[in-house]
Design a protein around this ligand. Structure first.
Ligand SMILES: Nc1ncnc2c1ncn2[C@@H]1O[C@H](COP(=O)(O)OP(=O)(O)O)[C@@H](O)[C@H]1O
Ligand SMILES: [Mg+2]
Length: 607
């Protein structure tokens, strides 16, 4: 019952997607009905046509067939009397031939429109999933493997489209047509109809049995493909370490296991699908035999003509393939359901950090920053920050120092609202940042990350990521402010059009380019997380230049373990220890105190 309810829910929810194709949907349904009805017309015309030919043959004059007439419907009495004809042989021949040709034409038109519907639906659903993914908070991504997420966006989301185009529309059409056809057959002879359908329940049970196996292996395949995507992603992202430790064989084994599992599943599904095809053909043959035996033996009692017998014999395979399609759609649905469910789960995932209900836009700020008794932990019961309070005045440059894992980067995460504190407030120019829109907050606060992200695109486009509408002149200006303009124009082989790759530009150059990207937004609050890491002396001097230049009259918070750098740029230094600030002051003051700062400094200078 619960399974049925959840299936109905999946279908109902997917139906909403059809809005994107509502224009062509009605057309697709009409064409679909015509295309699946035409084979029955072929069969219905074939019986009477052959009957007329055999009459001519029996009379010893086959070419006399043109003078003969036959029934349009293979029964002259009863319900179909008014439609029965007779009509000339030429008409029967024309109907038969035309329906054959039209069937193929309609199949083509159907496939054509169907492909268009599939395309629109697929693009729509993938986009929705992709865009939703982008809206989720960072914690979601830390908890998931990116290979698996990629598989979900690219492959599994297609399940929703296939649910609609493969599992819902075709069987709907087949069922409608089958109802009409069975009514027609009943009108021809209910006894023969029973004979034709008597094996159907058995056939459906057999097909269902095979279908369950298809479905089970398809589930295995999906899981194995996800695992495989994860393995490949991890190999690629960890390639340097893997090669350094000669760990290729370990990775190979893991990939092989996932790949083997996926291939085994696919192979098994092929076998089971083949079994359904062959099984149903056997039932077609057996049912046709039943029809012929019953027809030959008893047609006199049923008022069945020779033409009628041919119609019944001919209709069995057509009906069976329709029934098989309906059942196949069900099997396909079962194999898609996990993908569809996982897609909706993804779409239902909510960002953990979001705008407050009546969030206001934070206008231009001056950069007065206040942490007020802030407590935060990533996991319940393990607080990283504990009653953290400090104030930064507009225009100040603050050095934030502390041991590894003391929560320095966490402070930045809270300021950018990648996370929200469990307790306390953070104020920017007097505005509690939890009450302003996240977008407007991030317009004012920019962070140079410890490991900046670059796409495989030109330096210019990578910088423009921060402000897509920025002109080339804006980009130049930002790079000048970041002291990297001259390096780009003089040292990069294509200047601003140099494509960023793993090795080019160098790590230090990349960091300054990333800094230019921050400055392109003209943030009033600039956050720098370990900005001097792997910089050479020249780049380090440029970094100091940026802080003294751009950040001189703006608020700037610098995290660094490089205390000489901190001493050179910071107006004031905060020492983070045990989740809160234990020392505050300039370099000279802190060195005079017997505290963590002095100890860190001594360790760094080898005393
Ligand atoms: N996403 C996370 N989930 C759980 N714990 C985290 C997460 N990020 C950081 N931590 C933990 O929080 C503590 C502070 O981390 P962080 O702020 O990065 O320290 P650092 O001062 O070195 O920048 C560390 O113990 C770290 O392991
Ligand atoms: Mg850190």
């Amino acid at each position: 019952m619960a399974a049925l309810a959840s299936s109905l829910h999946l279908v109902w929810r997917s139906l909403g997607m059809l809005r994107a194709v509502r224009g062509v949907l009605a057309l697709l349904l009409v064409i679909g009905v015509i295309a699946s009805a035409l084979p029955y017309v072929t069969v219905a015309a074939f019986g009477p046509m052959v009957q007329v030919i055999s009459e001519a043959g029996n009379a010893g004059n086959l070419s006399g067939v043109w003078a003969l007439s036959g029934p349009l419907v293979a029964r002259q009495d009863g319900l179909l009397h008014s439609l029965a004809g007779p009509v000339p042989f030429a008409v029967l021949l024309a109907v038969w031939a035309a329906s054959l040709v039209l069937t193929q034409l309609m199949y083509f038109v159907n496939a054509w429109i169907g492909a268009r519907v599939e395309r629109v639906l697929l693009v729509e659903i993938r986009q929705r999933v992709h865009d939703h993914l982008q809206s989720l908070s960072l914690d979601f991504f830390l908890g998931s493997r990116s290979g698996e997420l990629m598989h979900r966006v690219i492959t599994e989301s297609a399940g929703v489209q296939r649910l609609l185009t493969d599992c819902l529309l075709p069987p709907l059409i087949d069922v409608v047509v089958l109802v009409v056809v069975i009514s027609y057959l009943l009108a021809l002879s209910w006894q023969m109809t029973v004979a034709a359908l008597i094996l159907t329940p058995l056939a459906l049970l057999t097909l269902r049995f095979a279908g369950r196996h298809v479905q089970a292996v398809m589930r295995r395949v999906t899981n194995a493909e996800r695992a495989m995507a994860t393995e490949v992603e991890q190999t690629i992202s960890g390639i340097a370490e893997i090669q350094m430790f000669n760990a290729q064989s370990v990775r190979s084994k893991r990939f092989h296991a996932a790949s083997e599992e996926a291939a085994r599943g696919s192979a098994a599904s092929v076998v089971w699908m083949q079994a359904t095809v062959n099984g149903s053909q056997i039932f077609v043959a057996l049912s046709t035999v039943v029809v012929l035996l019953v027809g030959v033996g008893l047609s006199g009692h049923f008022g069945l003509t020779f033409a009628g017998l041919l119609v019944f014999a001919g209709v069995v395979p057509v009906m069976f393939s329709a029934a098989q399609r309906v059942l196949g759609a069900y099997t396909t649905y079962q194999s898609l359901a996990p993908n569809v469910t996982s897609t909706y789960e993804l779409l239902d995932a909510e960002p953990s950090v979001r705008d407050a209900e009546h969030a206001v836009v934070l206008g231009e700020v001056h950069g007065n920053l206040v942490f007020e008794d802030v407590t935060f932990g990533y996991v319940p019961g393990e607080n990283v920050l504990e009653g953290l309070s400090f104030t930064v005045a507009e225009g100040e440059t603050i050095g934030l120092v502390g041991g590894i894992g003391s929560g320095k980067s966490t402070v930045f995460n809270l300021m950018l609202r990648f996370r929200d504190p469990q307790h306390g407030r953070i104020l920017l120019d007097g505005n509690d940042i939890s009450t302003v829109t996240i977008e407007s907050l991030r317009d004012q606060v920019s962070k140079l990350a410890q490991f900046p992200f670059f796409t495989k695109d030109t330096i210019r486009e990578n910088i423009r990521l921060a402000r897509p509408e920025a002109t080339d002149a804006d980009v130049d200006e930002a790079c000048t402010a970041a002291h990297i303009h001259s390096v780009i124009t003089a040292k990069m082989h294509d200047g601003y059009d140099t494509v960023v790759d793993v090795q080019v530009p160098s790590g230090g150059q990349k960091r300054l380019i990333a800094l230019a990207r921050c400055l392109l937004r003209r943030p009033e609050v600039l956050l720098l997380d370990e900005p001097t890491e792997n910089l050479d002396a020249d780049q380090r001097a440029r970094m100091i230049g940026v802080i003294r230049g751009y950040a001189n009259d703006r608020t700037c918070v610098v995290i660094s373990h490089d205390l000489d750098f901190i001493a050179a740029v910071a107006d004031r230094i905060l020492v983070l220890e045990d989740g809160h600030i234990t020392q505050s002051g300039d370099h000279r003051t802190l060195m005079a105190q017997d505290g963590l700062y002095q100890r860190l400094h001594d360790v760094q200078n080898g005393n």
